[in-house]
Design a protein around this ligand. Structure first.
Ligand code: FAD
Length: 516
């Protein structure tokens, strides 16, 4: 999805949240436990301030210090010293700080700044290996960014198969959630494309795990919200890299036709990526479209109130160049959009995969990237997506028009998600479920509390109407809410926590086991 965060700022003229905001109170707590003697535990204002905030700009938690590791053994020592301490201290791993609700923070504890490891692991952080008969893979440090995994594997003509929309996220950070995007229906989330990991458990033990070696730890860590261990290496599946993409946006007035076509496209072996998004007056067609097309689409959206844009991508290279148009025509013949509503682009693979970066750089140059992000991401059962559209997307998102989003909606095939992994998806047995990304920005004239109230209303509507949604990038403040979130996986999740992190040291920012 082209995120079009820029549009938010064009529609809602804002001032950067940092201006005029009080600085963090970074006075350090005095603590009853012994921290390890180490040169790389940073306690200066800059370290503390950075580790106390994240992309969400909604939560601040002050740690005691920030470990800037220069090796995996620095992290082992830190965790071991907490585990061996009579009063253990909490430890959070900060990948690239792109959580939205303090998930990588540790109040009064230690935050591990994985960016420090990235700077020392420039050469060895990503190693490509394997062969054509047994398959290719990359051994990647948990601290590495997906953009670097892409660039390095492309040097070998290879690439990972499963992505996130945005690539400046760490391997450890996305594997702790799931790692989803338009490729997920075809290859599974990123956690379904990991062959092996090295993990430092909450006991300070460095353990290798895979589906055959220490499988309990392996499945616990995948989608495990950092609760069971710190990922220091992940072996990621690679395939032959495509060179270019045919990239489409197809506009629908009718949600039922839009979702029927999405579901069809993820059921066949046609496209390589399928997503979709809302177009409304407040969330207009973005820079994928020519100015003339955007203007036509936006005036239709103004008339109709809401349109749906199905985004689909087909990879190709020199070998498939001569046949691709014919293949695409066959697929298009099976869809139910109105003629004249397909818009296309041809782009290098990197431009497509790294599509959100341009917007980030531009917004950053204006000082407008670092604003509050009260996001809500829901996994919705397929059988309720029509109800959800009317009640939430139309009656709440479109009619209230609090922000420009982006608002992204697309389905997944359930069979690409392994039940043994910690990640939580809707519990019904339907073959598909939807992800609905309500990626609101706030700041300036938009109060994050107002958007949070809207988010609460959406969750309440789902609860009252029996729509059994699950949150992706979940955030709760009460233990009972976490128990409900995990549902039938709770007992196993809890038991694995006692097994791998019995002193509840790791990842306190989620507040699953660490309540005050
Ligand atoms: P952090 O936010 O730093 O950490 C996230 C969690 O993982 C924390 O609990 C942390 O303690 C833990 N963690 C971090 N590193 C490790 C490690 N090595 N071992 C164990 N635990 C660790 N997500 C998607 O799935 N698909 C998307 O398309 C997508 N797009 C996004 C676009 C933007 C602009 C942003 C800001 C986020 C997006 N995300 C997406 C969400 C993203 O996956 C999460 O923010 C995730 O937290 C990764 O960010 P990070 O690497 O900065 O990790």
């Amino acid at each position: 999805m082209a995120y079009n965060f820029l549009l938010f700022f064009l529609v809602f003229i804002i001032t950067p949240v940092s201006s005029g905001r009080p600085l963090l109170n970074t006075s350090l707590p005095s603590l009853p436990f012994q921290f390890p003697e180490t040169n790389n535990l940073c306690k200066d204002t800059y370290c503390i301030k950075t580790a106390s905030t994240d992309y969400g700009r909604l939560v601040q938690e002050i740690p005691f210090g920030v470990l800037q590791p220069s090796s995996v053994s620095d992290i082992v020592k830190l965790v071991k010293s907490s585990y061996d301490s009579p009063i253990p201290f909490t430890i959070a791993t900060r990948g690239n700080g792109h959580s939205v609700r303090g998930q990588a923070m540790a109040k009064d504890g230690v935050v591990i700044d994985m960016a420090a490891l990235r700077t020392v692991n420039v050469i060895n952080g990503i190693r490509v290996n394997g062969n054509s008969s047994s398959g290719f893979y990359a051994d990647v440090g948990g601290e590495q960014l997906w953009i670097d995994v892409l660039q390095t594997s492309l040097l070998h003509g290879l690439a990972p198969v499963s992505w996130t929309d945005y690539l400046y996220l760490t391997v450890g950070g996305t594997l702790s959630n799931a790692g989803i995007s338009g490729q997920t229906s075809f290859h599974g989330p990123q956690i379904s494309n990991v062959l092996e990991m090295d993990v430092i458990t909450g006991k300070g033990e460095l353990v290798t795990c895979s589906k055959d070696i220490n499988p309990d730890l392996f499945y616990a860590v995948l989608g495990g919200l950092g609760q069971f261990g710190i990922i220091t290496r992940a072996r990621i599946v690679l395939n032959k890299a495509p060179t270019r993409v045919k990239w489409f946006q197809i506009i629908y007035e009718d949600f039922s036709k839009f979702t029927k076509d999405q579901e069809h496209l993820i059921s066949i072996n046609g496209f390589d990526y399928v997503e979709g998004s809302l177009i409304t007056k407040q969330s207009p067609a973005g820079n994928f479209f020519s100015p003339a097309d955007a203007s036509m689409i936006n005036s239709l959206a103004s008339n109709k109130g809401i349109l749906y844009s199905l985004e689909a991508v087909k990879y190709y290279d020199d070998q498939s160049l001569n046949t691709i148009d014919e293949v695409l025509q066959t697929i298009f013949n099976e869809l139910s959009f109105n003629s004249g509503f397909v818009f296309s682009k041809d782009a290098p693979i990197v431009d497509f995969l790294n599509r959100v970066r341009g917007e980030e750089v531009y917004l950053e140059s204006l000082g407008l990237w670092d604003v509050p992000h009260p996001w809500l991401v829901l996994l919705v059962p397929k059988s309720r997506i029509m109800d959800f559209n009317q009640a939430v997307l139309v009656n709440i998102i479109q009619k209230q028009s609090l922000s420009a989003g982006p608002f992204i909606v697309y389905p997944f095939n359930r069979n690409k998600w392994d039940e043994r992994m910690s990640v939580v998806i809707p519990e019904d047995e339907e073959d598909m479920f939807y992800v609905v990304n309500l990626l609101n920005s706030a700041g300036g004239t938009v109060d994050p509390a107002v958007i949070d109230k809207q988010n609460d209303d959406i969750l309440q509507y789902c609860q009252q109407n029996g729509i059994n949604v699950k949150e992706y990038l979940p955030h709760y403040t009460k233990k009972e809410e976490w128990i409900k979130h995990f549902g039938k996986k709770w007992n196993v999740f809890k038991q694995r926590k006692y097994q791998f992190d019995p002193k509840m040291i790791l990842s306190p920012g989620h507040r699953i086991f660490n309540f005050e």
